[in-house]
Design a protein. Sequence first.
Length: 133
Amino acid sequence: MAKIKSLDDLKKMKSDLQDKINIREQGENPDAHVQIKVAMATCGIASGAKEIMDYLVQESEKRSLDTVITQTGCMGYCHSEPTIEVTRPGEEPVIYGDVDTKKADEILEKHVKRGELVDGIIPVTHRTIDETK
């Protein structure tokens, strides 16, 4: 990351980051990107979710991965924090628990890039009312 030496440097950095965010949010088809959500409720933050989010953002940019990384609130898996949800275009979301930087790296390399599931998936243990009909 570039060093900030002046207010102008900070303003330029903010502008560049805002442009990237706007491109993703206002794109014609945001669902065409791999979506990664990082649970950032109190338990997630206490377990290291901020570091995982920073790692995912930096590594995705370094590797030129077509991802949209956002934070979300509680996913209900406090026992497995930090947790992330990965949704590849046209596929069901997959939630990973106990994510550290090593696991995050594996998720980026295998799941995000190649569509291969990796260990650490939290299984879906519920169904919605619509799914029971």
